[in-house]
Design a protein around this ligand. Structure first.
Ligand code: HPA
Length: 300
């Protein structure tokens, strides 16, 4: 990505222990993908159609991978696909598991951990999100420039830390056996990658908004007070995924980019957001998203 290739392939050698894949899962993945991939793409709610634009060579159901979390949410198919787009070998995640389904942070971060283990040079994340910026419209695509995790932040770090260190609930978590509680090694998104995304948007003539992605735990959509709070805190969109993958990717030295599909405008007046609305708008935006992803993948 006029970026990922230029960025040193950082710390793949020694990821924090909570992010190392269990041996049986790694073995199953190596059988599925014996050759390294160039990039991995996570397809969020209602955005799985990108797989139809790629030449698919192998498919595995998440339920066939040992310990892989299976999403129970409609619009998330729970498959991993190996494919090719031009010269690039791609690993696609069709659907993802969320924290609100009861999965741990390390489990929801599996796409990043798997992408790194299979040699990807870039992780492209997509998601459906509510728009907070008053200038946004439903169907807009937004380049995520940073991630805002409010009250869940310490909790998320601690969950990851516990997994690697054997800490129990109630422990203070003052030890840092995994390295996950140490400061982030670099910004979540490198400027060169963000620039590559902007260039890809220009090339594919897709209007790309930009903003901070506010992570909320879900599964309920936000209350009006929470929407006001996220706005005040500086988020332009809000959603229930992506933060675990981005945080794991930065720990793994795997360059990532995230694109949100704004499926609804989150308002501080009375409104009801439905999952059906989210997946319908995502489907309408998917042609633009597909063009943008292909332009990005050519830059990997
Ligand atoms: N809030 C949180 N997550 C979402 C939304 C929303 O409004 N829309 C799609 N995913």
């Amino acid at each position: 990505m006029n970026g990922p290739r230029d960025i040193p392939p950082a710390a793949h050698a020694q990821p924090p222990s909570a992010l190392v894949l269990p041996a049986d899962l790694l073995q199953a993945l190596r059988a599925f993908a014996p050759e390294p991939v160039d990039a991995a793409v996570v397809l969020g709610s209602g955005l799985g159609g990108f797989a139809d634009t790629v030449s698919i060579e192998a498919v595995v159901d998440a339920s066939e991978l040992p310990g892989y979390p299976v999403s129970t949410i409609e619009g998330h198919r729970g498959r991993l696909l190996l494919g090719r787009a031009g010269e690039r070998r791609l690993l696609l995640f069709q659907g993802r598991a969320h924290g609100y389904e009861g999965y741990s942070v390390a489990e929801t971060a599996l796409p990043a951990r798997i992408a790194a283990a299979l040699g990807a040079r870039a992780l492209l994340l997509t998601n459906a999100a509510g728009g907070l910026d008053p200038s946004f419209e439903a169907g807009d695509l937004m380049l995520v420039t940073d991630v805002l995790v409010l009250t869940a932040a310490q909790r998320m770090g601690l969950d990851l830390q516990r997994m690697g260190s054997g800490l129990q609930r109630g422990d203070t978590g003052s030890q840092d056996a995994t390295g996950l509680a140490s400061p982030l090694p670099r910004p979540l998104f490198d400027e060169a990658q963000l620039a590559a995304a902007r260039a890809a948007a220009r090339e594919s003539t897709v209007r790309l908004r930009e903003g901070v992605y506010g992570y909320c735990s879900g599964p309920t959509y936000e209350t009006r007070a929470e929407i006001a709070y996220y706005r005040l805190a500086g988020a332009q969109a809000v959603g229930m995924s992506t933060a675990p993958e981005v945080l794991a990717a930065v720990r793994l030295g795997l360059p990532s980019l995230a694109i949100s599909c704004i499926t609804n405008i989150s308002r501080t007046v009375r409104q009801v957001v439905s999952h059906e609305e989210v997946t319908t708008v995502a489907a309408q935006a998917s042609e633009r998203l597909e063009r943008l992803l292909h332009a990005l993948i050519r830059r990997v």
